[in-house]
Design a binder for this molecule. Structure first.
Ligand code: NAD
Length: 442
């Protein structure tokens, strides 16, 4: 029996299934009218056979509307429909610092949020403040300078203060926001060093406000997929990780090249992604680091902060990670995890978009290399909505202040190792349960 005859026989016995309907109608198109004039095509055209299940509209605002389906499972499923809260039910954000990250990513991302909304702006530049507040519809009384920022305490619209300032200012503004009684989302790196992180955590605990560090990679689907695969040992035991994050820089007067404002050079700014993502995907803490650093002599960019850091981390079970970061090469943001029975590799792993995830393994004696096409999400919207969920439901954020502190403890050890030319041991985390709150609902 041919495939067409089989479909015809099925159609006599029962109404066409959605899948059969789609496969037949697809074939007739591709074959240029293969079934034209047949009773089967007449049936596919009838109202009865073409009916699809009606849309399902759950009463709960948290549950998505499920629309009528018309695609076959030969194609990838579409994402569930969004479940936005009404604007007045969302958590209100004040964004502090209107530089590249705020204007290019965070403010636009707020329009993709479901639980978060922009309610206030803080900037030292009145002209910029006026323009941006006009663009986003923020009233004058909800715009602040760095001088009158503390009066944000009496603004009932503001639930969260999001600190997007140079690293060396994070401590001051996190503490001021906490004293104003606001929950705080703070950009990475958390501060300039571990000591500052401890002060920030203490201030937020004393003020009884939540503190989250904006590690967007931990809310990013490709990186979360890798973590899950390693957890399930899909490729056997993990043996080592190679990670690199580099980009170029040109302005020696920018804060990123001033030690007091940046804390360091390539390591805390971009090398941190290699460090934090490796800890995240392995679910382990390094026990020892060994590092080297280098800066081109006479280059004014690297008068105060370093150009390149390369370091190795030893994890429990003998897992090794080899990481590198550089401020003076073409951008490269990738890692590969090598395991007993395969590897996973992400190109653009730490970028805002364009993650390309690949895997390699052997099945039945044949090498199988796959490209895993997970749909992209807006990482900034995902992390803000996670924090809003924590504020609304009184939960610990997934990436706590202690998670930020742990990275600084390790970075301090990396610098020490490079300075002293020897491996440096890392103390075990006193209370690992403080690093992460419950898994985010993404
Ligand atoms: P930026 O220089 O573009 O913006 C910083 C803003 O802070 C500017 O508007 C600047 O005017 C203001 N500012 C206030 N006081 C200042 C001072 N004393 N000196 C210099 N600037 C001052 O920097 P950015 O790239 O937006 O970075 C801001 C923060 O966001 C940093 O902590 C950075 O590490 C972090 N960041 C995170 C990501 C991410 O993907 N999560 C990406 C980029 C930057």
């Amino acid at each position: 029996m041919t495939e067409q005859q089989q479909h015809a026989a099925e159609s006599e016995a029962a109404p066409l299934s959605r899948k059969t309907f789609l496969s037949i109608s697809g074939k007739s198109l591709v074959a240029g009218g293969l079934l034209a004039g047949s009773p089967l095509l007449a049936q596919t055209r009838s109202d009865k056979a073409a009916k699809s299940p009606p849309a399902r509209i759950p009463a709960s605002p948290q549950e998505p509307i499920v629309l009528e389906q018309w695609k076959s499972d030969a194609d990838p499923a579409t994402a569930p429909t969004p479940t936005p809260l009404a604007p007045d039910q969302r958590v209100g954000y004040a964004v502090v610092g209107l530089g590249h990250l705020a204007l290019e990513e965070i403010l636009p991302a707020l329009s993709s949020c479901k639980k978060s909304r922009l309610v206030a702006l803080v900037s030292g530049n009145p002209e910029k403040l006026k323009k941006v507040s006009g663009q986003y519809g923020i009233a004058r009384e909800n715009c602040y300078s760095y001088q009158n920022f503390d009066s944000i305490s009496s603004n009932k619209l503001v639930d969260v203060v999001y600190i997007v300032l140079p690293n060396g200012l994070h401590k001051e503004y996190v503490i001021r926001a906490a004293k104003a009684g606001k929950h705080v989302l703070c950009e990475k790196p958390m501060a300039n060093n571990a000591e500052e992180c401890r002060d920030m955590i203490r201030a937020c605990e004393q003020a009884n406000v939540k503190l989250m560090i904006a590690y967007r990679i931990q809310y990013q689907p490709h990186n979360r997929y890798v973590r899950q695969q390693l957890k399930q040992q899909e490729f056997g035991t993990t043996r080592f990780v190679e990670a690199c994050n580099s980009q170029s820089s040109a302005n020696p007067d920018h804060w990123r090249h001033k030690k007091a404002l940046a804390g360091g050079g390539a390591l805390p700014d971009i090398g941190l992604y290699c460090l934090n993502t490796t800890r995240f995907i392995l679910g382990l803490e390094p026990t020892e680091v060994f590092a080297w650093q280098f800066s081109t002599a006479g280059n004014p960019l690297f008068k105060e902060v370093e150009e390149l850091v390369a370091w190795q981390m030893k994890f429990p079970g003998g897992i090794m990670a080899s990481c590198s970061t550089d401020y003076a090469v073409h951008e490269s943001r990738r890692y590969r995890v090598m395991a007993e029975r395969g590897w996973l590799d992400i190109e653009n792993a730490y970028a805002y978009h364009g993650q390309q995830l690949k895997s390699s393994t052997v099945k039945d004696g044949i090498k199988m290399q796959a490209s895993i096409n997970i749909p992209e999400t807006n990482q900034f919207a995902a992390e803000m909505d996670h924090f809003s969920d924590c504020v609304m439901n009184n939960k610990q954020p997934f990436t706590t202040g202690y998670e930020g502190l742990q990275d600084h403890i390790i970075m301090d050890a990396i610098y020490q190792s490079a300075r002293e030319g020897r491996p440096v041991k890392i103390d075990p985390v006193k209370d690992p349960s403080k690093l992460h709150g419950p898994e985010p609902e993404l």
